[in-house]
Design a binder for this molecule. Structure first.
Ligand code: MRU
Length: 358
């Protein structure tokens, strides 16, 4: 479905618990703003895998709705079959992408919610409760993104240049974003910024999505190739770097889109503060350091081809990790919905996000 409205909603649930999910197909942007209808869990899995819906919080929300789609039919049967299906569906969705911890967090939360109702409510009632839980995850993310914006905006001075990487905007979340929420809030407060947008090879989330979102909101932006960041910093045009995260370990090491680590090293060399903006749902306190974060490896065609056209000789060897890990020591502060974590370390992280609210 082609959208005609100016309101952008990354994900929309239509109807009651027998309804379906609509997702903006981000692979089509910025040329076309199109929604895809997801009537079953397989379509949600494919949408996550193919990056039609992407960005850590949005992946978690999509997966929560995917659980609802996956158990719709089983809700007409008995409790044992319903819970067996729930296990299968959550295990299946967990195979879609490995790095963003929000996916696993959302699946666990959905399972826990169903388990709490076992023996008390028939499967049809549990299905309805699961939709309510998915909607709650979706709504909570809106509030989280706004709070991240408020905390982060305090860090930005008027007329400063800000560099960002990949897309940590509304498209990557329920609507407002994490790193971009900081910029949107700062602008709403009357400050002006010039944003340098890394194009973000190989899939160009910066050029296709972040540049598009900034243009929609009238924020001044300049698109650069990833390998230009050092020069732009050297020219004194960048006063802060803000990126999102897919998973943050207990010690503060943060995984984000490939290229983020190089930016952090460059920022340190130029004494520019490097900030990570992320919700508490992106922390994985069960893992000790970034060494344990699983890094997704994607297909070689993403590098050898550009929009279907070959860009490299056939048969060339390719390495395509989708994420890298920035060590905590390079991160000046992590901006969460619960406030700033600064300095970044085990104790400060435990104090701010150690207690989960869900
Ligand atoms: O591969 P993607 O496009 O899902 O990668 C997304 C990112 O790296 C984002 O920066 C991260 O998920 C944070 S989104 C608020």
């Amino acid at each position: 479905m082609t959208l005609k409205t100016s309101k952008i909603e990354t994900l929309r649930w239509i109807g009651d618990e027998r309804g379906h999910l609509m997702v903006i197909d981000q692979t089509m942007l910025p040329l076309e703003l199109i929604e895809r209808k997801c009537l079953d869990v397989e379509t949600v899995w494919e949408a996550i895998k193919q990056l039609r819906v992407r960005g850590a919080p949005a992946i978690g929300i999509a997966a929560a709705y995917g659980v609802v789609l996956g158990v719709q039919r089983a809700a007409r049967g008995d409790e044992g079959a319903f819970f067996a299906r729930l296990d299968d569906v959550t295990a299946y969705l967990a195979t879609s992408r490995p790095t963003a911890v929000n996916l696993f967090w959302a699946l666990e939360r959905m399972k826990r919610h169903a388990a709490d109702l076992r023996g008390k409510t028939p499967p049809t009632g549990i299905l309805a409760a699961l939709l309510a839980e998915a909607r709650a995850i979706h709504e909570e993310d809106r509030a989280i993104c706004h709070a991240i914006g408020r905390h982060g905006a305090e860090l930005l001075k008027d007329h400063s240049g800000v560099l960002t990487h990949c897309n940590a905007g509304g498209l990557a979340t329920s609507e407002y974003g994490t790193a971009l929420s900081v910029l949107f809030t700062s602008q709403d407060q009357g400050k002006r910024h010039h944003v340098f947008v890394d194009e973000t090879r190989p899939l160009l989330q910066g050029a296709r999505l972040t540049a598009w979102e900034l243009a929609q909101r009238g924020i001044e932006a300049t698109l650069i190739c990833d390998n230009m960041a050092g020069q732009v910093m050297r020219e004194g045009k960048v006063q802060a770097v803000i990126v999102g995260a897919d998973r943050i370990a207990a010690n503060g090491d943060a995984a984000n889109k490939i290229g983020t680590y190089s930016l952090a090293v460059l920022a340190a060399a130029h004494e520019i503060p490097f900030y990570v903006a992320a919700p508490s749902t992106s922390f994985d306190l069960k893992i000790d350091s970034g060494e344990q974060i699983p890094i997704e490896q994607r297909s070689s065609e993403e590098i050898t081809h550009c929009f279907g056209q070959p860009m490299a000789p056939e048969g060339i060897g390719v390495y395509n990790p989708a994420f890298d890990v920035t060590p905590a020591r390079l991160i000046k502060a992590i901006i969460t919905e619960r406030g700033l974590i600064e300095p970044v370390g085990r104790e400060t992280i435990a104090a701010v996000v150690g207690m989960r609210s869900d």
